[in-house]
Design a binder for this molecule. Structure first.
Ligand code: B16
Ligand code: MG
Length: 216
């Protein structure tokens, strides 16, 4: 029996992927190289330091651990500047209505994100209070594709992974969901989210009861 939905944050609930990427572009620029759009997909769903390694490799840059910490802080400072002006405009289409339908089904609602800024971002929106539990990289040692953040969210909701469905927009996040023993709805392209149980473009024109029926 399905008792909970656990949502990835960036790219599923809120439209922040571009803000993250813009901050990486600024960092690359400050280090003297350009980031191509094709790297954007690779940066989805993974934590800041792992993303930094990908960005630096793209620019052919070797950095000490101290430099890496400084670069990650700089990227995050730019992202925090973006967060400061966020509001309900970042909520992705269909999400508010979908959360209402989820509450109607009496399902518990959580976030499981690779970000360290999940609470800060959500607290800028009116849907913050809809989430019973928020777990992000501050609560998990391992980054997706490790299932830790989703398992922590399920544990906090007192549900078994078999009783929860994950919503994810990144291939790494889908891998994390499957590794944790969860059913997974991919949000995005079926060509990328190949291991998701079902894939949809977004959460418009769908309700929680239909998802439960499809995945039960
Ligand atoms: P931060 P998610 C992930 O969040 C993003 O997809 C990824 O692009 C970002 O680098 C990562 O969070 C870390 O975020 O720098 O804010 O700690 O998609 O798992 O909700
Ligand atoms: Mg995501």
């Amino acid at each position: 029996m399905i008792k909970a939905f656990i949502f990835d944050l960036d790219g599923v609930v809120v439209d922040t992927v571009g803000y993250h990427f813009d901050s990486w572009i600024k960092l690359a620029h400050s280090l003297g190289f350009k980031l191509n759009d094709d790297i954007k997909e690779k940066l989805k769903g993974i934590n800041r330091m792992t993303s930094l390694d990908i960005v630096l490799a793209h620019g052919g840059i070797t950095a000490s651990q101290a430099e890496k910490i400084e670069y990650a802080k700089q990227k995050n400072d730019w992202y925090l500047e973006s967060i400061a002006s966020m509001n309900d405009d970042i909520i992705l289409d269909g999400v508010k209505e979908f959360l209402i339908s989820t509450q109607k089904e009496k399902l518990k609602i959580a976030v499981g994100s690779a970000s360290g800024n999940a609470r800060k971002v959500l607290s800028k929106t009116s849907i913050y209070s809809k989430f019973d539990i928020i777990k992000d990289s501050n609560d998990a040692k391992h980054s997706k594709p490790h299932p830790e953040v989703f398992l922590k969210a399920a544990e906090a909701l007192s549900v078994d992974p078999s009783e929860a469905i994950i919503f994810e927009d990144s291939a790494k996040g889908v891998d994390a969901a499957k590794a944790g023993g969860f059913k997974c709805v991919g949000i995005g392209s079926a060509d990328i989210l190949t291991d998701a149980d079902i894939v949809m473009d977004n959460l418009t024109h769908i309700t929680a009861d239909i998802i439960v029926k499809l995945l039960s």
